[in-house]
Design a protein around this ligand. Structure first.
Ligand SMILES: [Ca+2]
Ligand SMILES: [Ca+2]
Ligand SMILES: [Ca+2]
Ligand SMILES: [Ca+2]
Length: 296
């Protein structure tokens, strides 16, 4: 009996010990193949490492640089966040309206063809050298002010009129049809931009750029606050804003911002404008949560 229980206890011990060891090895092997010692610390280290790696690969500017850039805004909300962001992104280097043409060939370059740019509304890839200043060719490209330049009447003067964060290449006739319409859900399919909708008082861009449009307008409302003789641009929930310094429709833009999240094309564009042209960033591309913290 005594011998039998000893064998049984030994057998049970081996099973128990064997299983536990297997579990630890499995866990550590999965998280960190190079580590052989089995402990909770290893697992924690491995998890931390993989989280850091994933975060680094999703933003082209390292998190630390972004945190430094936005240090005076992080943790704030509402008007105090808007003011802090304004003070971070204002006083940017302004470029001329003619310099915008060459800049857009860089900021909006087709990632698959360096001879081409991607046109905003149609998302058509098109030769960079088909720019046209006047409207001679309705399928060439020109400079679209996403915040319609009549809303605040700033035209093409340096500042809001040449700010690359909201200037985009567009098909000439599509640009003309968008005109100065506010953004809202709209009724009719456009004959050339077949992913776009329009009606008498609004324009609805293609699904893939709805968020891009929203984030560009968020930037404009925060960048331009009426200081240094600049216009104060603001978002509202109206259409038919005409020449008032307002743009709608805020509630719809907030929905589009959620619906079409930031992508690599926008991130690269933001980096290029920051590093090579204006030395300021669009906060709503870097920290999408800022939009709801200010306007919801
Ligand atoms: Ca056209
Ligand atoms: Ca409408
Ligand atoms: Ca998009
Ligand atoms: Ca403003």
């Amino acid at each position: 009996m005594c011998k039998m229980s000893s064998i049984f206890i030994l057998f049970a011990f081996l099973i128990l010990f064997g299983c536990t060891t297997d579990k630890i090895i499995d866990k550590t092997t999965t998280n960190s193949p190079s580590k052989t010692s089995s402990s909770t610390t290893v697992t924690t280290e491995a998890t931390t490492t993989s989280t850091t790696t994933a975060h680094t690969t999703t933003v082209s500017t390292t998190p630390t640089q972004l945190e430094i850039y936005y240090s005076n805004a992080l943790g704030k909300s509402g008007e105090s966040l808007k003011t802090a962001l304004h003070n971070i992104i204002d006083d940017h280097i302004e470029i001329s309206y003619s310099a915008v043409i060459e800049a857009l060939k860089v900021t909006d370059e087709d990632p698959n063809n360096s001879n081409n740019i991607i046109l905003l509304y149609t998302q058509r890839t098109q030769a960079k050298n088909t720019f046209v200043g006047s409207s001679n060719n309705q399928d060439y490209w020109n400079r679209e002010h996403v915040w319609a330049k009549s809303h605040g009447d700033f035209g093409t003067s340096m500042g809001p009129g040449t700010d690359l964060h909201h200037l985009r290449p567009s098909d000439v006739s599509v640009n003309n049809d968008r005109g100065n319409l506010d953004f809202d859900e709209s009724t009719y399919i456009h004959n050339e931009c077949t992913q776009c909708f329009y009606d008498f008082d609004s324009w609805e861009p293609a699904n893939s750029v709805k968020g891009d449009v929203a984030r560009m307008l968020f930037y404009m409302a925060v960048r331009y606050e009426g200081d240094n003789g600049e216009v104060n641009l603001e978002l509202n929930n109206l259409v038919n804003n005409g020449s008032a310094p307002y743009h709608g429709k805020l509630s719809v833009l907030l929905e589009w911002h959620e619906f079409d999240p930031v992508d690599d094309f926008e991130r690269r564009r933001n980096d290029v404008i920051y590093e090579d042209y204006q030395y300021n960033r669009n906060p709503f591309i870097d920290y999408p949560e800022f939009a709801n913290l200010i306007w919801k």
